[in-house]
Design a protein around this ligand. Structure first.
Ligand SMILES: [Mn+2]
Length: 496
């Protein structure tokens, strides 16, 4: 086949899904090389070497876990298969993919063993070699230094896995230069990356809307999780969730990361419950992270409206203010201020909002950060590069970034108000906080649960682009949920 007739290499799961060009990763490699060449500590003839994610089995069994590529490797090469390595010649940008040489038995159990040429076409890299030849191939490039990836993930506190292979001891290795540069590249999204993030947001938004239309009191939380996953996979080819689905109803909506194995979205949804559903699916490892809060029965009570609108006001105030040059810490405080003002207006708080801000009262109701970077990881890297300090104060210490916004950053905006038992008790027992709390009103909300409104945005040159598309006002939510219920009526009429 003539090369000219060949389609450009891309990741695609059918005509109804997005085609992601491998050019995206080529551009990423190019951007990385440009940054590295601009760094005076990187000598000529340096070669980046990175190890991809490894296949694994469940504990001591032979059950193979579904592989998901490591995010730095994905960013550079977009390779779906495990146990690969990659190298990039920094001076020329030439990219080499190293694939494992598979045993014959692979063909029996896993399918056809493809030759290197197949992967060269599939991923649009310059060369494909076998992992077992990596030392020889690199030696022939005669590099001054191998740049390997080692650095701290400031969300998990873990270090990324540095490349290792037999014979690496024969090279001069530097494991400090690469990490800050590639991390910074990942913080600023390219147009091609934004296209994928728009796609995952669109599909995940549609899935949230389906859930809101189909939910009924009497259903179980996990059935809503299942409906979301089904929608994303069927319509978007999105096999993997960006994180474990959080489908909290009633009191569970106050548990920030509900839905884990110990609390597996297993409650029956009751009439009158507030629901907080935080779910997002990924495609080609690009993530989405969306939270919708709504009443299970489709109609807000007056109290639910008060709390929901306080959070909504905070969300929209931040969206109005977001642009390059703005401090994320200030955005967090802006959201807090809106929330405190609304809670005061509705009689839950008393006193001066300025004074509440001084004692960080906002963290009692919103104990998490306003939002975080998002990309190949749902909590994406780069929140605290060298020189950016975490602020050790209630609420603010949980911010996953304290940076100043720049064009091309992608973040979540996710203010919330939660009535969390031990935080309320703590505040009621702390005189500096208790003075602002209207005790009887706070008691009335003890079993309310919580509200979070989470959208994904991209910072543009003069503001932001909203990637998420779900109903957000009380009226929009009630109208959408009513439309799902009208279908019930129609179905009953047909039966009769
Ligand atoms: Mn989030």
């Amino acid at each position: 086949m003539a090369a000219a007739n060949r389609a450009q290499p891309a990741f695609c799961l059918g005509e109804h899904t997005l085609s992601v060009p491998m050019e995206l990763h080529k551009e990423n490699r190019k951007r990385l090389c440009e940054r590295l060449r601009a760094n005076k500590n990187v000598p000529k003839n340096s070669v980046v070497v990175i190890q991809g994610g490894e296949s694994a089995t469940q504990y001591c069994s032979d059950k193979e876990l579904l592989f998901r590529q490591e995010s730095y490797f994905q960013w550079m090469f977009g390779v779906a298969e495990p146990d690969s390595y990659g190298a990039i010649d920094v001076d020329t940008g030439m990219g080499i993919l190293f694939i494992p040489k598979l045993p014959e038995s692979y063909a029996t159990w896993m399918g056809k063993i493809h030759p290197p040429e197949h992967f060269k076409d599939k991923y649009g890299v310059d060369k494909v070699k076998f992992v077992e030849d990596i030392a020889t191939v690199l030696k022939n490039m005669n590099p001054s230094k191998l740049l390997t990836l080692r650095g701290l993930n400031t969300d998990s506190g873990k270090h990324c896995r540095e490349a290792a292979f037999d014979g690496i001891g024969d090279f001069t290795v530097d494991n400090k230069l690469l990490h800050p540069e590639i991390m910074e590249c990942r913080v600023i999204k390219t147009d091609m990356e934004l296209e994928v993030l728009r796609y995952v947001n669109r599909i995940s938004s549609e899935a949230h809307k389906e859930v809101m239309k189909s939910i009924r009191p009497g259903m179980y939380e996990y059935q809503m999780e299942s409906a979301f996953q089904h929608y994303c996979y069927v319509n978007g080819g999105m096999r993997i969730m960006s994180y474990t689905c959080i489908c909290g109803s009633g009191f569970n909506s106050s548990i920030l990361h509900y839905g884990h194995a110990g609390a597996p979205n297993s409650k029956k949804i009751q009439d009158g419950d507030m629901c907080l559903f935080d779910m997002g699916a990924e495609y080609h490892c690009y993530t989405s992270d969306i939270t919708c809060s709504f009443p299970a029965n489709g109609k807000f009570t007056e109290d639910q409206k008060k709390i929901y609108n306080a959070v909504f006001k905070a969300s929209r105030a931040v969206m109005q203010a977001v642009r390059p040059g703005v401090s994320w810490v200030e955005m967090h405080k802006l959201a807090e201020r809106q929330i405190l003002e609304e809670l005061k207006r509705h009689g839950l708080l008393q006193g001066e909002v300025d004074d509440m801000m001084k004692v960080r009262l906002g963290a009692v109701f919103m104990p998490h950060g306003l939002g975080h970077f998002m990309g190949l990881d749902v909590h994406d890297v780069g929140g605290y590069p060298e020189g950016v300090q975490r602020i050790d104060e209630p609420g603010l210490r949980h911010l996953r970034t304290a940076r100043t916004l720049q064009e091309g950053m992608v973040l979540t905006i996710e203010p919330g108000v939660y009535f969390i038992e031990h935080l309320l008790n703590g505040a009621l027992n702390t005189p500096a906080h208790a003075v602002f709390l209207v005790r009887d009103e706070i008691e009335r909300f003890r079993n309310f649960g919580g509200v979070r409104i989470e959208d994904d945005i991209a910072v543009t040159s003069d503001g932001m682009e909203l990637l998420t598309d779900v109903p957000r006002t009380v009226e929009e939510i009630e109208a959408l949920m009513a439309s799902g219920r009208r279908q019930d009526g129609a179905a009953q009429q047909t039966k009769a």
